[in-house]
Design a protein around this ligand. Sequence first.
Ligand code: FAD
Length: 499
Amino acid sequence: MKKIVIIGGGIAGLSAGIFAQKNGFDSIIVEKHHTLGGECTGWDRQGYHIDGCIHWLLGTKEGTQIHDIWSTVGALNGIEIYHPESFMAVEHEGVTVNFYRDLERFESSWLEISPEDKEEIEEFCSDIKQIHSFSIPSGKPVDMMSLIEKIKYLLSMKDISPLMQKYGKMSVKELAKKFKHAALREAIASFMPEGDYSAIAILFPLGTFTSGQSSIPRGGSKALVKRMVERYLSLGGTVEASCEVMEVAIKGDTVKGIKCKNGKSFKADYFIAACDAKVLYEKLLKGSYPDQAFEKRYNNPDIYPLASNIYIGIGYEGEMNDIPRTLKFPLESVDIKQNQKPIEHLQMTHYGYEPNFAPKGHTVITFAINQFKPELDAWETLVKDKEAYTKEKNRIGEAVIAAIETRFPHMKGKLKLLDVGSPQTYVRYCNAYRGAFMGFWPTISGRSLAHTGRIKGLDNMLLSGQWLQPPGGLPVAVITGKDTIMRICKKEKQQFITS
Ligand SMILES: Cc1cc2nc3c(=O)[nH]c(=O)nc-3n(C[C@H](O)[C@H](O)[C@H](O)COP(=O)(O)OP(=O)(O)OC[C@H]3O[C@@H](n4cnc5c(N)ncnc54)[C@H](O)[C@@H]3O)c2cc1C
């Protein structure tokens, strides 16, 4: 039985491990942290559970290829899916714009706000609707398809290609400007920060959400990972946690083994780096096997931006059933020193639909404040002074509480700060480059990357995970984990077993 060592136990590593076991390999996941899941995680604080990941999971609709993969890895089986009423609601000068799940309601609510935008609203909703008949092809990576499979794949993309062209070359800002009403413009623009981010980043989430392809598995991120770990162990996989890989032993074009911080070492026939790409190329391979596609992206952060988060967990002594699950509201009082420009909205998500995330009658709330290049630089400097770093995180947390109290006076005195994570939290726990929580974000000037994970010069090591396809996220992680095992099966000349 051939042996596979998987570096990293995030969603990609777990997916690779499960498919490795299913295909008759003997695999081990070697994970730096004491727990598995990587960026797909959640944690308990003062009687509350903070979900640190899933806001939307692509693949919740039965009958799609991506749903099949999630089912095979044990992530969704028998799990109820929660479908929120709206993707998000955005408040602007007394008007609330809803991105409803029901597309007809979405359209009529927008027309009610701005009848003069009729043409644009109808075009936008019709484009969103076109995504409904499309589901992300995830059976086989394109480079492994036969000619006939490639033709079928191209035909399946024929309806979507004009939309990709249209929105791929339009920035979020340009899309927003098409609307006359300030609240609609603001609602669209608030999806992404200033910059030339492609409007695809709006069209696809809304298309998959309104078609029921993206929703929320009950129990959240931590529970989803637990199910995947159980599936992996039940198939005979092995986990070595609290074991950071530091070195790779290479002879010729073959990786022979890995060495870990705790002194342990592992040998195998194949090695899968399901960790951060930068960690692989720079730390583990010591810069000896550079990859042009990644170098180009790392060296051009304006065209290939990365984002991280300030992630804040707050406990509320009360219920929030009358407030949309995700709400963006304008700010008056948060001063975030790391941010070059003032933040104009705060994005709040509450978990009132999860009874086990908070004590009875209470609700847990999270805030994600995206951080980009200049902010990431500021956090890298600040973390060197532990006291100042902790103080600043707490100050931001308390400022967010003050902002909630201004917007919702009835919550005053009933909010408590549970936790504040910074971009450096993701660096510390997941070795995430710059604290990035997804891959490179799509921009109108950037070229899309679809990387095979092959490492030039190494015959038996592959990269897997969110970095291989923009914009990253859980679907890319689970698909690429599977694809990596498909590639190994092909090399071994054995048929790949899917389920
Ligand atoms: C706040 C937040 C919200 C998000 N929301 C969503 C969402 O709603 N929908 C969505 O699709 N995605 C979301 N994401 C993104 C999603 O979590 C990630 O894209 C996905 O989890 C990445 O999985 P991965 O396995 O590729 O990488 P990771 O999760 O980064 O896993 C890599 C693993 O490798 C380990 N590792 C690193 N270096 C080493 C080493 N040297 N030795 C051993 N182990 C190592 C790390 O500890 C980690 O466990 C969110 C992320 C965050 C942070």
